[in-house]
Design a binder for this molecule. Structure first.
Ligand SMILES: [Mg+2]
Length: 126
């Protein structure tokens, strides 16, 4: 069965980069790709659809990634959420993991494929 992937980031550039990198990373696994560009849109989707994998930006309009995680936690919705962030705050990883994120990746100008492959292996999606 195809993996369902949701990518939440307000940067079109980042969404394009990940969309381009995913086929190689998922190594031929079929996947269905959905996108959201703000926190409210993401929650609307996450409340009604169960995704296999979610990429979540932290800094976004409407609701931040932290607020999205908090809302999901309050509703008891579990998902394989990998947080993408450009802010290098030492506490950020601890906070998002306590809110239920399964992975944490810094955003660089080039997408860090090795880091993502490691996370996907940890959660048994690869
Ligand atoms: Mg952002």
């Amino acid at each position: 069965m195809a993996l369902s992937v949701l990518l939440v980031d307000d940067s079109k550039f980042v969404r394009k980069g990940i969309a381009k990198a995913l086929p190689t990373i998922l190594d031929g696994q079929e996947f269905i790709f959905s996108e959201a560009d703000n926190g409210n849109e993401a929650l609307k989707l996450l409340y009604s659809i169960s995704y296999d994998l979610v990429f979540l930006d932290l800094t976004m309009p409407e609701k931040t990634g932290y607020e999205v995680l908090q809302n999901l936690k309050e509703r008891g919705i579990k998902a394989n959420i990998i947080v993408l962030t450009a802010d290098i705050q030492p506490e950020a990883e601890k906070i998002v993991r306590s809110l239920g994120a399964v992975g944490y990746m810094e955003k660089h100008s080039s997408f860090n494929k090795d880091a993502l492959i490691k996370i996907l292996q940890e959660i048994n999606l690869l």
